[in-house]
Design a protein around this ligand. Structure first.
Ligand SMILES: Cc1cc2nc3c(=O)[nH]c(=O)nc-3n(C[C@H](O)[C@H](O)[C@H](O)COP(=O)(O)O)c2cc1C
Length: 236
């Protein structure tokens, strides 16, 4: 009887030990994996915080860039200008937001300085669906979350050099917030926003701004106010 009792106690202890070992062994790995998963997504640990910071860095930390194209020389209604209308608006946006600026300068500047000749060249480029090259390197776009993109309306559209930029930057522009702006002499935004969304389907396109070229030269206080008001309404 005593031997049977001892055997039962031993068996119970052995089972207990086996159970403990089994549950420790089974629990350790999956628990860790599950915890890492949760801590990355919901309740970040110190390590996960660092990862999040690194991800934010590469996503641009809210930095903005203004990419623009603009011409000096003879322009419609303003005569010969030494700073382009779109350049003036681009600089205002950069002043207000702290954005970096990048001007798309043609690699070979084949654009005439007289208005009538310029309209001919621009028309030809549009008809040929040309992709004029630009000089220099666009800044590393991964640094930026928001990219303002501005140009004069040329024959109711973006100048073709902008399409060169949209296409060569297509991958880098995916996931960015793109904000179009135009200067013009009557056509307004001329569908810049829709054309931009079509050219960069994986980006979010914000509400654009259209400014009269003549106002850029002659009513800058008022243009600055319009720019500030437009900027304050973005993202709402
Ligand atoms: C080739 C060419 C085509 C233009 N086409 C239009 C147009 O279709 N609609 C419009 O409102 N203005 C048009 N304009 C006027 C320009 O959009 C306007 O003058 C603009 O502010 C010039 O900007 P910029 O000085 O930055 O180059 C055209 C000007 C040029 C040179």
């Amino acid at each position: 009887m005593k031997r049977i009792g001892t055997k039962i106690v031993c068996l119970a202890l052995a089972l207990c030990l086996l159970f403990c070992l089994a549950s420790c062994g089974q629990g350790s790995e999956p628990e860790q994996t599950a915890q890492d998963h949760v801590s990355n997504e919901a309740a970040p640990s110190a390590g996960a915080d660092n990862t999040a910071e690194q991800e934010d860095d590469s996503a641009g930390e809210g930095r903005s860039l203004v990419v623009y194209f603009s011409r000096t020389g003879e322009q419609y209604t303003v005569g010969v200008i030494d700073k382009g209308n779109t350049a003036i608006v681009a600089e205002m946006i950069a002043d207000e937001t702290g954005a970096d600026l990048f001007e798309l300068v043609p690699a070979e500047d084949h654009y005439p300085m007289t208005y009538a000749e310029l309209t001919d060249v621009a028309m030809r480029e549009q008809n040929e669906n040309a992709r004029p090259e630009y000089a220099g390197e666009v800044p590393e776009l991964s640094q930026y979350d928001t990219i303002f993109i501005g140009a004069p309306v040329w024959w109711g559209d973006w100048p073709m050099i902008l399409y060169t930029f949209f296409e060569s930057g297509a991958d880098a522009l995916a996931g960015k917030t793109l904000v179009p702006f135009s200067t013009h002499e009557g056509s307004g935004l001329s569908g810049f926003d829709k054309k931009l969304a079509k050219a960069c389907p994986d980006a979010a396109v914000e509400k654009g701004l259209a400014v009269r070229g003549n106002d850029c030269q002659n009513r800058q206080d008022s243009v600055r106010e319009d720019v500030a008001e437009w900027l304050s309404g973005l993202g709402n």
